[in-house]
Design a protein around this ligand. Structure first.
Ligand SMILES: [Zn+2]
Length: 261
């Protein structure tokens, strides 16, 4: 076949397939188009979606699931849904369960199995999972006495987002069979240096962090590392399932309010 014949054949095929595509888009006459909703109906349906936004189905659109549906043996104390947090007030008025990305929840359940294989009476106790971006902004603004450059150690800048916003980070500790957290030498959301894993050597040397407290932290890290979770230098309780860049590429940020990005 010479080039001219080949070109003609390609041209004819192109016309054929273009026509084919057009014919698919023609609606049969019997298909009825639904009448347009009036403005009020549209507003009502938007309001319903907003009211319904805490439901599993809304979270499902972000691939987020209640971690207890994956492993009901995990203990949860969702601190930001209570007043027992560093802000002293309820921040999660739209959340009442601990949600994570499905694959992250699965990895957490494997961490729980790892822990229970070693210490059957112990359990993971999770304080936080997915965090709506609006709450991230509230926390950032509440810590405005700390210069922005330093503030990122404790709360991620909402302009970039935290791995929590994607449901791919957890704040977690270990508790015994009574639900009492192990002594980690600093409570959850303690912003003092003694909570820094990177400064443990200093506090061990001064005796402010005991060997037992340090052993408890090391156990938590071992359990989380078994499923490739990574800690951060400034909070013993925080672990990322992946990096922020990987989270951006893979997941969507949880947003409840319109106009927030
Ligand atoms: Zn965290």
């Amino acid at each position: 076949m010479n080039a001219k014949i080949l070109f003609s054949a390609l041209f004819i095929s192109l016309i054929f397939f273009s026509c084919e595509e057009k014919s698919v888009q023609v609606y049969p006459k019997e298909v009825e188009i639904a009448p347009a909703q009036d403005e009020q109906e549209v507003k009502d349906s938007i309001a319903e979606v907003k009211l319904d936004s805490v439901t599993t189905s809304y979270m499902k659109t972000f691939n987020l699931i209640d971690v207890l549906t994956v492993d009901p043996t995990i203990q949860i104390d969702l601190r930001y849904a209570t007043t027992n947090n560093f802000m002293g007030r309820v921040l999660y008025d739209t959340l009442n369960a601990l949600y994570l990305q499905e694959d992250v929840a699965l990895r957490i359940s494997k961490c729980q199995a790892y822990l229970k294989a070693k210490f059957p009476n112990y359990s993971l106790l999770i304080y936080d999972g997915v965090r709506p971006l609006e709450v991230q902004r509230e926390m950032w603004n509440a810590l405005d006495t700390i210069p922005a450059a330093q503030r990122g150690k404790f709360v991620s800048n909402p302009s970039y987002g935290s791995v929590h916003n994607f449901g791919a980070a957890v704040d977690v500790t270990i508790c015994d069979q009574t639900g009492t957290p192990l002594d980690m030498g600093a409570d959850y959301d303690d912003f003092r240096d003694i909570a820094f894993p990177s400064k443990e050597w200093k506090f061990l040397a001064s005796g402010e962090l005991t060997t037992e407290q340090h052993t408890n932290r090391k156990l938590l890290r071992e359990v989380m590392k078994s499923q490739r979770f990574r800690g951060i230098p400034s909070e013993w309780w925080h672990f990322n399932a992946l990096s922020r860049n990987q989270a951006v590429a893979k997941y969507k940020k949880l947003i409840f309010e319109s106009g927030v990005n």
